[in-house]
Structures are given as C-alpha cells and as structure tokens.
Design a protein around this ligand. Sequence first.
Ligand SMILES: Cc1cc2nc3c(=O)[nH]c(=O)nc-3n(C[C@H](O)[C@H](O)[C@H](O)COP(=O)(O)O)c2cc1C
Length: 268
Amino acid sequence: MPILGIDYEQCKNSKICLLTCPRYFRLDKEKGKVVFEDPQNLCNSCGRCIAMCPTDAILYEDMGDAFTFEGVKDLSTLIPYDTMYKFMSGKRSIRGFKKKKVPRAIMEKVLNSMKYAPAGANIRTLECTIISDDVIIKKLSESVMDAIIASNNPRYSENLKKAKESGFDAIFYNAPHVLIIHSTNPNDSMNATIALTYGMLSAQSLGLGTCWIGLAHGVLISSEEIREEIAGIQGRVWGVIIIGYPTQKFFRVPPRPPIKTKGLDELE
Ligand SMILES: Cc1cc2nc3c(=O)[nH]c(=O)nc-3n(C[C@H](O)[C@H](O)[C@H](O)COP(=O)(O)O)c2cc1C
C-alpha cells in the first residue's frame, strides 16, 4: 500500500484529496479531518492525491519521487502549440543510423519519459528489453526475415528474400539498438503503445531517431523460439522499435490526409 495516509502537520484541510479520490479519502466528522482508508489495499497508487495536494501532505512509500514544476505556473505555456505541432508533425520514421551506440544516460532519459505515460487503472506491468549487441540484432533480423519469407506473405516475402540475399538488414536497418516492450499482463497492449509513443517523442528531443518495427513484432508474437531464445523475452511482446542517432535528414513534412471526423461542424 504505497499511499500511507496524511501528514497532519502539513495538511491545511483543503480537502482536495477527498474531492479527487472520495473512494479512499473520507471526512471523519468526529476527528474533524480527512482520513485515508484503504483496508483492502485497492488504491492503485495513481498519485493524483500527491499531485493535487497544495501542501504536499500525502504520505507515501515505494512509489519513487514526486517532483514540482519549478518556475512553471501553467503547464500549457511550457510548449506553445505551434512548437509542439512542428515537433510532432516533423517526427519521421528513421531507417538509417550512425554507427554509434546511445549512451546509457540518454537511453535512461527515454525510458524515464515512458514511465509517465498513462496506464489503464494505473497498472504498471510493462517491461523493456534493449538489445544492443550487433550480433544478436543481426541474428534476430535474419530470423524475422526467414519467418516472413517462409510465410509467403504477398506483401513482404519476395522483397525480404531479395534483401536477405543482398545482405541488407530490411528489418532493423542496422540500428544500434532494438527496444522491445513486453509484459505478462494480457491487458497491456494499449499501455505499451502509448508508453512507446512517449519514448519515441522524447527520443526525438534528444537527437535520436526511432521507427516502429511491426514486422519484428508480428514474428516475436508468433514464434516462441525467436522470442525466447534470441530476444530472451518471456511473456507477451507489445511493440518493437529501433533507436539510434539518425543519418537521415528531412527538409519538409510530407502531406497527410485529415482524420475523418464527425461532430466538428457542431462546434462553434
Ligand atoms: C504499428 C506500426 C508498425 C510499423 N512497422 C514498420 C516496419 O516493420 N518497418 C518499417 O520500416 N516501418 C514500420 N513502420 C513505420 C511506418 O511505415 C511509418 O510510420 C509510415 O510509413 C509513416 O511514415 P512516418 O513515420 O515517417 O511519418 C510502422 C509504423 C507503425 C505505426
């Protein structure tokens, strides 16, 4: 039970915890104060009480550290929309990489941003495996190519056969790292996609390029042998990306069709 209760020395009775989470916070009229009660340990540690308490009066343990937005009064002013729009629309899939490994401290920054992605019921069961050994990446790439060639997939098999014959890594594009997100929680599919998307965007802010590799994802789902023996993963694979310093440069954002939307005309 990571939320432990309220530090009454800090509490100024704002009752914001009670308003944001009436399930576990209750006004004890006799004591004249809000109390935290979770006898069945059902609190999912979403931490909204920690985030919203104006006097930092929530007691917790084993959750990591909360932090404040020094000098930022309104988060919406941190990144103006135009900047965010350019940053997001300018993010391309990268399929060419420098022969340079990403330093651990930089990779940790990417992973650190992923942990702030929302997760259904705040259930945090995702795990990452980063493969950085070029020999294993090559072996994984070749196994994925072989599996797809053998499946006679009309879209990919023929091209992959030619790529393999010419020695081209048409799966991971000689990326220095393959990052696989996985877990044993059968409900993690969307959580993983969102977390990886956070990671890919933060990677871009660190000068890194990334690309989703659905081809490897499919094979890692279907082949237990490749998943366990080459990738070293037990459980379900939810997503695969490559990551590294890009050699590719983009001069403009390609056109994209609008998302078909109902209901927009109803807005003023
Ligand atoms: C779920 C998913 C799977 C993808 N799988 C692959 C893949 O296996 N290989 C690849 O080269 N690109 C893959 N991509 C990248 C797409 O081809 C790319 O996002 C799309 O062409 C648009 O280009 P952009 O990302 O540069 O805007 C994948 C993208 C997504 C979202």
